[in-house]
Design a protein around this ligand. Structure first.
Ligand code: NAD
Length: 332
């Protein structure tokens, strides 16, 4: 099948071409993001392949439909960037990669917690500058700390398990669909307010939906323990970033690690090191010594990239051959 691949980086090309060695599909790579202005590039392509920051809103999907596109193949798990209702109405099928490596995101989440707590990002810089002092780098033992996990699906479960079994943490969990296996391991499901009140660390692993938009907001932050650590490897809009900045300034929030950011589509995955970054919120955020921001790289392992490529091409083959695709997003 002829596939237009958007937001292509060298690594996307490498892994997709490796998975397409037998040339089952004709892959055409575009570096630009998919949006209303670039949708025209997909004319006459029956399938497009997109990533987390491509914008598949109704006007974009209408242009894709007019150009003959029938399939949107997401090479990611989250689908908050696709107007599913519009896709259905305009006759487009949407497929995704629901699980390419929950371990990749889990391990990255733990790395962020450890880095923030033990201030490894600061120690690294100090030593490179010949500063071997450790004053100001004191951390805390994770053992026996209470960690609140919001969203206990594939990734949230593994994060909880790693923290419980690996570090002896206590786990509080919030999820409208509690996981009995996690409860059996000793995690306690509570409501969101109790999780906020009792947790030393709070980490987000729920999808971005209308219900979870700004789930971390000024009110919830006000209920948290002073000095709480927040970690977000979910989606940027789970957090009201301006409220977080106020929380950091007042010291209510003691640490924050963000691998996702609400305006990330304007910056992430691109090099702006020679530019003026016109986003005061992002720029303020990176000035805090107790904040770590990375550009959506929690998924970024060889294993995950292999799985993403193979599943995406399999999804496209299923669509082309009329087979039921287990990764098709059911649209009500
Ligand atoms: P999953 O579908 O297995 O789990 C999501 C869990 O969230 C489910 O248990 C669900 O019941 C729960 N949930 C739904 N609504 C909720 C709500 N209102 N409050 C609390 N919990 C709620 O998904 P997953 O594979 O564990 O991934 C979780 C999220 O991580 C994805 O949606 C995606 O946005 C994000 N993600 C980020 C990266 C990255 O590179 N940073 C990579 C993969 C996934």
């Amino acid at each position: 099948m002829k596939v237009a691949v958007f937001s292509t980086k060298p690594y996307d090309r490498r892994f997709l071409e490796a998975a397409n060695q037998d040339k089952t599909h004709q892959l055409h790579f575009f570096e630009v993001q998919m949006n209303e202005d670039t949708a025209i590039l997909a004319s006459d392509y029956p399938a497009i392949c997109v990533f987390v920051n491509d914008n598949l809103d109704r006007p974009t999907i209408a242009k894709l439909a007019a150009g003959g596109t029938k399939l949107i193949a997401l090479r990611c798990a989250g689908f908050n960037n696709v107007d599913l209702k519009a896709a259905k109405e305009l006759g487009l099928t949407v497929v995704r990669v629901p699980a390419y490596s929950p371990y990749a995101v889990t391990e990255y989440t733990i790395a962020l917690i450890l880095t923030l707590n033990r201030k490894i990002h600061r120690a690294y810089n100090r030593v490179r500058e010949g500063n071997f002092a450790i004053d100001g780098l004191v951390g805390f033992d994770l053992n026996c700390k209470t960690v609140g996990i919001i969203g206990t699906g594939k990734i949230g479960f593994l994060v909880a398990e790693a923290l419980m079994k690996g570090f002896g943490c206590k786990i509080l969990a919030y999820d409208p669909y509690p996981n009995p296996d996690l409860a059996a391991m000793g995690a306690k499901y509570v409501d969101l307010d109790e999780l906020a009140r009792r947790s030393d660390i709070i980490t987000l692993h729920c999808p971005l939906t209308p219900e979870t938009h700004y789930i971390i907001n000024e009110k919830l932050i006000s209920e948290m323990k002073k000095g709480v650590m927040l970690v977000n490897t979910g989606r940027g809009k789970l957090i009201d970033t301006k409220a977080v900045i106020e929380g950091l300034k007042s010291k209510k929030i003691g640490y924050i690690a963000l691998d996702v950011y609400e305006q990330e589509a304007n910056f992430f995955f691109e090099d702006f090191s020679n530019e003026i970054i016109a986003d005061d919120v992002l720029q303020r955020l990176v000035t805090f010594p107790n904040a770590i921001v990375t550009s959506h790289q929690a998924f970024f392992t060889e294993t995950a990239l292999n799985n993403i490529s193979e599943t995406t091409l399999g999804n496209i083959t299923d669509f082309e051959t009329g087979k039921d695709c287990p990764n098709q997003i059911a649209i009500e």
